[in-house]
Design a protein around this ligand. Structure first.
Ligand SMILES: Cc1cc2nc3c(=O)[nH]c(=O)nc-3n(C[C@H](O)[C@H](O)[C@H](O)COP(=O)(O)OP(=O)(O)OC[C@H]3O[C@@H](n4cnc5c(N)ncnc54)[C@H](O)[C@@H]3O)c2cc1C
Length: 396
């Protein structure tokens, strides 16, 4: 638990009426346009273009971008509620909002005036789709190990290397690519049709099967110098850091969304399904699973809300709270989905029932945007730094 500054707003337990109204409208959209079709999206390993357009028209892609920059201007808690609602319908669809948002926030926070002028409003409107290309064959958790190179060539840079597992890379218009230049790791916006860029489908993954993942092969891929995001050398320390911070916030809430639908399905099934002459829910060993799931869900919800409150207040502790929320909520979602599968028996394993999808999607949440092990390192570092700060300077 991070220390609360004396003038900080108290962490809330509930949504405001305005937030609750947003949540209701997100859930209506998801119920009508996403949830009934989530299995079909998986079967086709794609999200239909008309749904992508629908999300864009609703302002659901990069909803946090301020209105004056062309976005919906959603406060962070509302943005989180949107991620939870989308993920409850289809975590694959929600992952588009995560990665697209990561590109938008990079431009918003670090892009030059010219880059913002060219790209921010189209990204906010979803007229351009963004994808985030950091991972490489030899660099996953350890982003510092990226080997893609950026070599200056007149008014351009030539990028050479491989990127893997790029969500929605199959349909993105614009990639945020991280490459190593003379000044260190640097971020570039690379259009999908840039000379020297080849895009191929990645293998299908256990979860997020409709995530339209792609691998990028950059062979002297020419990128205009003005497409550099932030300063040369700031690619990982600033640009990727901001993008991943938002990505983790989105994944925390998305995990909560999966946990919520998995829990709702479990309670319904346990109440309706009868074994040994009574409802499953009457058996005490079943109640133990319901208790575990309910407690995990409550805690995940509170951690997500705390991270949202702190982000809206722009408190420095928001970064650590986001790490904690993502770490806990992704594990909670997997555990709750596991209870859901177990209590549904064979039905829970069948591809005609969504709980097996919740389980597979939740499992992915523990790996993307910082695996649980990476977060264990980062959360411990924050806790130790806080301890040192509270203790004051070392006396030797
Ligand atoms: C569905 C999906 C979508 C994705 N989308 C994107 C995307 O849009 N853009 C993108 O750039 N990438 C994307 N990725 C890649 C993702 O970010 C990486 O998979 C993730 O960063 C982990 O890297 P890795 O797979 O190379 O695993 P590794 O880094 O090889 O790690 C393997 C295991 O070792 C553990 N480990 C690593 N280091 C340590 C350590 N120091 N201590 C203890 N344990 C450690 C990890 O936690 C993990 O469990 C996606 C992946 C998936 C599955």
């Amino acid at each position: 638990m991070t220390t609360q500054p004396p003038d900080a707003p108290a962490t809330r337990l509930d949504l405001t009426p305005v937030e609750a109204a947003h949540q209701a409208s997100f859930l209506d959209f998801v119920e009508a346009e996403i949830a009934p079709y989530a299995g079909q999206f998986e079967a086709s390993a794609s999200v239909p273009p008309e749904l992508v357009r629908g999300l864009a028209e609703q302002g659901y892609l990069a909803s946090f971008v301020p209105e004056k920059a062309g976005g919906a201007g959603h406060p962070m808690i509302v943005h989180g509620l949107l991620q939870a609602a989308l993920a409850g319908g289809s975590a694959s669809v929600q992952s588009l909002s995560t990665v697209h948002g990561m590109v938008a926030v990079a431009v918003l926070r670090w892009g030059s005036g010219e880059l913002k002028e060219r790209f921010l409003a189209p990204l906010a409107r979803g007229a351009l789709l963004g994808a985030f290309a950091l991972t490489e064959p030899g660099a996953g958790s350890d982003a510092q190990a990226i080997e893609t190179t950026a070599v200056a060539d007149g008014d351009s840079f030539l990028l050479t290397g491989q990127k893997r597992w790029v969500s929605f890379g199959q349909i993105a218009d614009l990639f945020l690519v991280f490459a190593r230049g003379d000044d260190g790791p640097t971020a570039f916006l690379v259009p999908w049709d840039a000379e020297g860029l080849t895009i191929t489908r990645s293998p299908l993954t256990l979860g997020l099967r409709a995530g339209m993942l792609a691998d990028l092969d950059l062979q002297g891929c020419r990128v205009a110098r003005e497409n550099l995001v932030g300063r040369a050398g700031f690619g990982l320390s600033h640009v990727a850091a901001s993008a991943l911070d938002l990505g983790r916030y989105s994944v925390a809430w998305a995990s909560l969304g999966i946990a919520e639908v998995a829990f709702a399905a479990t309670v319904k099934h346990a109440s309706e399904r009868r074994q040994r002459g009574v409802a499953l829910a009457s058996h005490q060993l079943v109640q133990r699973r319901l208790t575990d799931a309910s407690t995990l869900l409550d805690a995940a919800r509170l951690l997500c809300l705390r991270a949202g409150v702190r982000r809206e207040a722009r408190e420095p502790g928001a970064i650590a709270d986001t790490l904690t929320a993502k770490y806990f909520a992704s594990r909670a979602a997997r555990q709750i989905a596991d209870h859901a599968v177990q209590l549904h028996g064979a039905e829970g394993l069948s591809d005609e029932h969504p709980v097996q999808r919740y389980f597979r999607d939740a499992r992915v949440m523990e790996i993307i945007e910082g695996s649980s092990e990476v977060l264990e390192i980062l959360i411990a570092e924050h806790a130790l730094a806080e301890h040192r700060a509270a203790r004051g300077p070392e006396i030797t």
